[in-house]
Design a protein around this ligand. Structure first.
Ligand SMILES: Nc1ncnc2c1ncn2[C@@H]1O[C@H](COP(=O)(O)OP(=O)(O)OP(=O)(O)O)[C@@H](O)[C@H]1O
Ligand SMILES: [Mg+2]
Length: 377
């Protein structure tokens, strides 16, 4: 069992906040990914949970017990770092068994447990080697094995795959997903790689400048981003975002700016007034269509991705990117029309960047824990 509750935790270095009033409730068995750009506070938050850094304010609870100031070795957590931090002079077997030897477990019990974990991670053939004689992926698995050997309630991982090449990365990613399923343990996983986040997470917490922008399933963040930051962070290439006006056209609403005039599939309320917004549409939800008028513009560049093409278009003052099946059949300099389904157009407040609630049939709530619901043992 490992439920982790982070209750309004902040961390200041001098006057600067690395982490600012972060609250998260991570259920037992979740695979929560902390995602965000460099410097947004991911590692600092993880290090506070591990006990390597003390919060300036707020509380951290493990299964209801306040562990905010508990020593790292007394927390039932295992941490895996970006650098494997293996002992170079010890064999793989000794590296894996290290946490148990430090706890003075009986020799025979240690040997048995090391053999079990090594088998799980397909390291049995390598137990007598030293780290220098292993590939990067094998070293990463040894670091994982060392974390698993104690059978901790939760794993904390800080960019554990970032030193691996693309192929090993995707193989180890699959291995971690399988491992999580098999162990049923809680995983808290830091990355700035959105592919890792989208494929591994049961939920993602996207951080920006030390604060949580949105918490939810990968689908929620991708399909209903709560802010323009989330919309612009997830997706490669990211969502097209541009200033526009929502205007009434008889009984319906349209989003308009120079070069763009698209139906929204919404009805105006009785007191509707034209509204300045930031509109958004994903590149894969824009379609080239000569007869279409949702947007009209000129192709500036076509990028070949192999299976697909990215078509860059200037429509009025707006730069749009379209992700189309190759060959898209257009060339730089050509005039084109674009089509978009009303439901694929996202609307955000011009000033706050927050998703506009009146676009949603049901409002999306952030799944943050209620501070009052955090129990203290
Ligand atoms: N010991 C420290 N002293 C002063 N400032 C620090 C310290 N540790 C981190 N910071 C600052 O806190 C902020 C958050 O750092 P953190 O390492 O948590 O970011 P991160 O999200 O893990 O970034 P990255 O993706 O680059 O690893 C940064 O601005 C960083 O410079
Ligand atoms: Mg970091």
């Amino acid at each position: 069992m490992a439920r982790l509750q982070i209750d309004t935790v902040s961390k200041q270095f001098g006057a600067d906040y690395a982490v600012r009033e972060v609250s998260l409730d991570i259920a037992d068995g979740e695979f929560l990914v902390l995602l965000g750009p460099s410097g947004c506070g991911k590692s600092t938050l993880l290090r506070m949970i591990a006990g390597l850094e003390e919060p300036t304010s707020g509380r951290i609870l493990l299964d209801g017990n306040d562990i905010t100031t508990e020593a790292p070795q007394r927390r039932d957590l295992a941490m895996v770092f970006q650098s494997y931090a293996l002992y170079p002079h010890l064999t793989v077997a000794k590296n894996i068994g290290f946490p148990l030897r430090a706890r003075r477990r009986p020799r025979a019990a240690i040997a048995q447990r090391v053999a079990e974990v090594a088998a799980t991670l397909e390291l049995s053939e390598l137990l007598e080697r030293r780290p220098a004689a292993l590939s990067g992926g094998q070293r990463q698995r040894v670091a994982l094995a060392r974390a698993m050997v104690r059978d901790p309630g939760a794993f904390l991982m800080d960019e554990p795959l970032s030193n691996l090449d693309a192929k090993l990365r995707s193989a180890t990613r699959a291995e971690l997903i399988a491992l999580h399923r098999r162990l049923g343990a809680t995983f808290l996983y830091v990355t700035h790689d959105q592919v890792e986040a989208m494929t591994m997470a049961t939920r993602i917490a996207l951080l920006n400048g030390g604060r949580v922008e949105q918490v939810g399933t990968p689908e929620e963040l991708y399909d209903r981003p709560r802010t323009t930051f989330v919309a612009g962070f997830l997706g490669a290439p990211p969502m097209n975002l541009f200033p526009a006006q929502v205007v009434r056209d008889g009984e319906t609403l349209r989003v308009r700016t120079d070069g763009i005039d698209a139906a929204l599939g919404l009805s105006p309320g009785a007191d509707f007034e034209p509204t300045e917004v930031i509109a958004g549409i994903r590149p894969e939800r824009l379609y080239l269509d000569d007869a279409a008028t949702a947007a009209r513009g000129t192709v500036t560049m076509v990028e070949n991705l192999g299976s697909e093409e990215l078509v860059h278009i200037t429509a009025g003052a707006v730069e749009l990117c379209v992700r189309a099946t190759r060959p898209a059949g257009v060339r730089a300099g050509e005039a084109v029309g674009l089509r978009a389904a009303p439901g694929d157009i996202h609307l955000f407040d011009k000033d706050s960047g927050l998703r506009l609630r009146w676009q949603e049939p049901e409002p999306v709530e952030m799944s943050l824990p209620d501070a009052a619901a955090v129990s203290v043992a």
